[in-house]
Design a protein around this ligand. Structure first.
Ligand code: C5P
Length: 222
């Protein structure tokens, strides 16, 4: 068997949450450990790919052989994704905050003792995955992730169409809390659904690399 099936391929991966500052000490974020995305970056490098990992704030070591760029906000992540193109495949694993504070206070917001609360206006963040799908430099293989608690497949199929990506890796998070060791995923493509057993995140990452290598070999032979 070919142990480096992604040799000669360039792969971009986003991982972790984004932090959207409210003031110097507070932020808006989604829950995300970054572990699945980092496991995917590690597996892609092991499979021989040149890997660019664009990571939100997480406490994880950089996998061997991976080029890592750290970002804080969704807008920084979107810029770094743009800078990282072109790639053969992009795997968008990050749990990007959908909204940011419309204004970031320069100084820490203070309680004034009156019980009044500060107004918190939100602005919409760019959808990095949907933006990449429409880009003239769209990667030949574009993969989104989806964490769902119910109607996993129906939501994933709808997301595939809405985002304009090639695959959605749907994560059933109802039974597995975020940050855990295991993951049960369904790979949703226009051709159908591939459902895998509950596996360690590293094993999910390795299986995903095999599937990506097969797809790229068929789509864009080297
Ligand atoms: O819409 P939802 O957030 O569930 O979509 C999840 C997918 O879209 C993930 O692959 C995530 O990385 C990507 N996404 C993104 N930019 C956003 C929101 C989601 O790239 N602003």
């Amino acid at each position: 068997a070919n142990h480096r099936p992604l040799f000669g391929r360039r792969i971009l991966i986003t991982a972790g949450p984004t932090h959207e500052p409210i003031d110097p000490v507070r932020y808006i974020a989604n829950r995300s450990s970054g572990r699945q995305g980092f496991a995917i970056a590690a597996a892609a490098a092991e499979a021989g790919a040149e890997v660019l990992l664009i990571a939100g704030p997480v406490e994880l070591p950089t996998p061997p052989g991976v080029i890592r760029v750290d970002v804080e906000t969704a807008r920084e992540m979107a810029d770094e994704v743009e800078q990282g193109l072109p790639v053969d495949a992009a795997i968008m694993v990050a749990a990007v905050a959908d909204w940011r504070a419309a204004d970031t206070a320069v100084q820490k917001l203070k309680k004034d003792g009156s019980g009044a609360v500060p107004p918190l206006a939100l602005a919409e963040n760019p959808d990095i995955l949907a933006g990449l799908a429409k880009s003239p430099r769209r990667p030949p293989l574009l993969i989104g992730f989806a964490a769902e608690t119910n109607d996993v497949l129906a939501h994933a199929q709808a997301k595939l169409a809405r985002k304009g990506c090639d695959w959605i890796v749907a994560n059933d998070v109802a039974s597995d809390p975020m940050g855990g060791e295991l993951n049960r995923v369904h790979i949703v493509t226009p051709d159908g659904v591939d459902s895998w057993d509950r596996l360690p995140k590293e094993a999910v990452a390795r299986k995903l690399m095999e599937k990506i290598a097969d797809d790229l070999d068929a789509r864009t032979p080297l």
